[in-house]
Each structure stands twice: as structure tokens, then as C-alpha cells.
Design a protein around this ligand. Structure first.
Ligand SMILES: *Cc1c(COP(=O)(O)O)cnc(C)c1O
Length: 218
């Protein structure tokens, strides 16, 4: 079963990267990105001990979660979130990684208040020039955080970022280092960075959440 072997390999590589950087393996949580995967692949992941599932679209998550409501997993939203989807996102997700504006944070807060929830979120930081249209410029994160911290039904637990696509994962290192430094400066615990092509470097630089899709499923 390839997924089982893939998962084992990813876990081994995370542990090795922790070892190289003097971190505890338990400091890094593997978030399995199941976008574009059928709902039927999720129970197997859970049986193999994956407790964190990520989707990048509210509709797709809704369909999968409906089919798997009883599974004890934490659901992560990693894609761009439109304000008009905040209501469903707050119902669905334990952690929203992609908060990139005060306006979106305000809407999430309002929807969380409606259902009496404290919504955990990460602020998405725009680390690279071209890869993503979304995210808060690093220089503005502190000010945005200060604004958002006034909201009572939303809790910012960390930052999320994406390195640009590079030929050699080592080239992603400065971007990850920058995000980690921002987390430290702002005293934020969670640092969501690293994908299939670059997660080992991200772990070496202090990722606490790695978001991995293709390496699990191809
Ligand atoms: C798809 C996606 C991932 C996972 O990417 P892989 O290269 O498949 O590991 C991680 N983060 C975000 C925001 C994504 O959209």
C-alpha cells in the first residue's frame, strides 16, 4: 500500500530533520493535505495515526467532512478564504491557516461569536514575490496582529507561509528562516511552513506544522 510507505518515509524524514537541528520530533505535526484526494482515502490516513487533515476549499472540505464526521481529526483550512465563506469555514475547521486581512479576521470573529466558538487561526505571510497572490507583507504582520488581537472570538496562534518554488530546497531556507524569526519576534507558537518539496528544510528552520500532500499520495 503506497500511502502507508509514503507516510512512513515522510515521518522518518521529519524525524531525521528534527535530529539534525536538535529538535524533538514531537515538536512537528504532520498535516496531511487531502485536496484532490477522494474522501475514501481519509479513513486509511486516520488508521495510520494521522490526526490532522487539510483542505484548500471550503466546498471540498464540506463534502469530505460530511462523509467522515465521526473521525477524530483536526481539520485545517490552508487555501485562500473569501469573506463570504467564513461562516462555513468557522463551522468546519479547527485551524484556519490563511487569514490575510483584517476584514477576513473580522468576519471570522463575527461568525465564531454567532456559534460561541473561539476560532484558532494563523496569519498568512507573503514570503515570496511571485508564488502567491495572498498573504500579509512581512513588514505589516505586527500591525495587523495588533489589530486582530482585539477580536474576542478569534485567537492567532501562529503564522503560515510558502516559499517560492525553487530547484533546490535549500534555496527555500531563507524564506523559512524569515517566517520563523517573525514567529519568535511576535511570540507566536505555531509556524506552518514546508510542503512536499521542501519540508525537511522547513523543519530544520523551526516549522511546527508541515503541510504535505503529494509526498503522501503519489
Ligand atoms: C497544496 C498545498 C500544500 C501541499 O502541497 P504538496 O506540494 O502537495 O505537498 C501545502 N500548502 C498549501 C497552502 C497548499 O495549497
Amino acid at each position: 500500500m503506497p500511502m502507508e510507505a509514503n507516510l512512513e518515509s515522510v515521518r522518518r524524514r521529519i524525524a531525521a530533520a528534527c535530529g539534525r537541528s536538535g529538535r524533538e520530533a514531537s515538536a512537528v505535526r504532520l498535516v496531511a493535505v487531502t485536496k484532490n484526494q477522494p474522501a475514501s482515502s481519509l479513513p486509511a490516513l486516520c488508521r495510520l495515526g494521522v490526526g490532522d487533515i487539510a483542505e484548500n476549499r471550503v466546498q471540498e472540505a464540506l463534502a469530505k467532512r460530511g462523509a467522515l464526521a465521526q473521525l477524530p481529526v483536526r481539520w485545517h483550512m490552508i487555501g485562500h478564504l473569501q469573506t463570504n465563506k467564513a461562516r462555513e469555514a468557522v463551522r468546519l475547521f479547527d485551524l484556519i491557516h490563511s487569514v490575510d486581512s483584517i476584514r477576513l479576521a473580522g468576519e471570522i470573529d463575527a461568525q465564531a461569536q454567532r456559534i460561541g466558538k473561539l476560532q484558532d487561526v494563523l496569519l498568512e505571510v507573503h514570503l515570496s514575490g511571485e508564488e502567491s497572490k495572498f498573504g500579509i507583507p512581512p513588514a505589516e504582520v505586527a500591525a495587523v496582529l495588533e489589530d486582530i488581537r482585539r477580536l474576542e472570538h478569534l485567537r492567532v496562534t501562529g503564522l503560515m507561509g510558502m516559499a517560492p518554488q525553487v530547484r533546490d530546497a535549500q534555496q527555500a531556507r531563507p524564506y523559512f528562516r524569515r517566517l520563523r524569526r517573525l514567529c519568535d519576534e511576535l511570540k507566536l507558537q505555531e509556524c506552518s511552513m514546508g510542503m512536499s518539496d521542501d519540508f525537511e528544510v522547513a523543519v530544520e528552520e523551526g516549522a511546527t506544522l508541515v503541510r504535505i500532500g503529494r509526498a503522501l499520495f503519489v
